[in-house]
Design a protein around this ligand. Structure first.
Ligand SMILES: NC(=O)c1ccc[n+]([C@@H]2O[C@H](COP(=O)([O-])OP(=O)(O)OC[C@H]3O[C@@H](n4cnc5c(N)ncnc54)[C@H](OP(=O)(O)O)[C@@H]3O)[C@@H](O)[C@H]2O)c1
Length: 343
């Protein structure tokens, strides 16, 4: 247990998701009282939280009354929920979930005298970074409605900071680790050798191992110097897409990926896919944000978090990828390791 006395009662939004779930479970394991705002209390992920002693409040982050019920009586609010993984929602939906929820959280926190809000934004507010590594003061350049709505949410938090509300803003880089399925397709296609590198693969890519990020969130919720500040949080080094793909191939014990395919046809296919799926309300299997994975440079300095908060990532890329692959295998998403087959 690693309890921080000031953190009396934490609310976590997005706790049925990957990152929020890991944060809520870690806080609980550290002995804290934890509450989760969930969309459905009978969802399996919500039930799993409740089984750990995390109390549930049912509601939507876009619903001010539900947020108020969830915030009442808590000392710290970690606002992690976002519409992120699914695509093709109307812009208004992104804004309701990723922007308006921030106002609801802040208003409720003011009413109930919450000690600290940690607001989860994204490194994506910087978009395609021209000069790497980007820092917290690098210009904003959001590239899609998800990133724009996250930036708009962050702006609301910034304004409240100016009015004296105790908020700390975290901009994570690409989050991975056991429990994540976003990088599963990459692992799977590298394993079955269907992965193709669109573009040259030499753009920068910056990962954030989930347990390290959770430590960052807790630091931002408890460190006195985090109040009113914004922090980029990620691993202590970044790589290139080619480097990431090579490392995953090595972890999976398959030959390295060779060859490159021009990006333009993939972008055209993603655009058509989005257009085709929209009238039917279907989540497109391929969309432009997926293509951005191959085209947008993402490399960030975490020096501010290291200097001001003592943030120290503990899991390097190799170890993080190995742990992630082990989880995918344990879940049956990937083939068993060759060594364990031989055993
Ligand atoms: N993953 C990354 O690489 C990455 C990188 C940078 C920043 N971020 C940010 O990190 C945070 C966590 O990302 P993640 O990948 O862990 O997300 P995730 O797994 O997709 O989880 C999203 C969570 O938000 C909840 N949620 C969505 N809409 C909601 C609503 N209207 N009301 C209440 N809850 C709602 C989901 O609930 P349900 O279970 O009901 O769907 C789920 O618990 C997000 O703020 C994201 O913007 C992510």
């Amino acid at each position: 247990m690693n309890m921080t006395p000031d953190l009396k009662h934490a609310l976590v939004t997005g706790a049925t998701g990957f990152t929020g779930g890991q944060l809520a479970r870690t806080l609980r394991a550290n002995g804290h009282t934890v509450r989760a705002l969930v969309r459905r209390v009978d969802a399996p992920a919500a039930q799993a939280l409740e089984a750990l002693g995390i109390s549930l409040v049912e509601g939507d982050v876009a619903d001010a009354a539900a947020v108020d019920r969830a915030v009442a009586g808590t000392s710290h609010v970690f606002h992690i929920a976002a519409v992120y993984r699914s695509a093709n929602h109307p812009d208004a939906y992104y804004r309701a979930v990723n922007r308006d929820s921030v106002s609801h959280i802040i208003e409720a926190a003011r009413r109930h005298g919450v000690d600290r809000i940690v607001h989860c934004s994204t490194c994506g507010v910087h978009g395609d970074v021209a000069e790497i590594p980007a820092t917290e003061t690098t210009a904003f350049n959001p590239g899609d409605i998800y990133q724009r709505s996250k930036l708009e949410g962050e702006m609301i938090a910034q304004q409240a900071i100016g009015e004296g509300v105790p908020i700390s803003i975290v901009r994570p880089t690409g989050i991975y680790g056991p429990g994540d399925t976003r990088f599963l397709k990459l692992f799977k296609t590298i394993e079955n050798r269907t992965f193709r590198m669109f573009g040259r693969g030499d753009i920068a890519y910056h990962m954030s191992y989930v347990d390290d990020l959770v430590r960052g969130f807790i630091l931002c919720g408890t460190h006195p110097d985090a109040v009113g500040e914004t922090f980029l949080i990620g691993s202590d080094s970044y790589t290139t897409l080619n480097g990431l793909v090579d490392e995953i191939a090595d972890v999976l014990d398959v030959p390295p990926v060779r060859g490159h395919i021009p990006i333009a046809p993939l972008l055209a296919a993603a655009t058509l896919c989005e257009i085709g799926c929209k009238p039917f309300g279907i989540d497109p299997p391929l969309h432009r944000r997926r293509v951005a994975f191959f085209t947008k440079a993402r490399a960030f300095s975490i020096e501010k978090a290291q200097r001001m908060l003592g943030y120290t990532p503990q899991v390097g890329l190799r170890e993080g990828l190995e742990r992630t692959a082990a989880w995918y295998r344990a879940e049956g998403y990937l083939r068993p390791a060759k060594k364990s087959l031989a055993a």
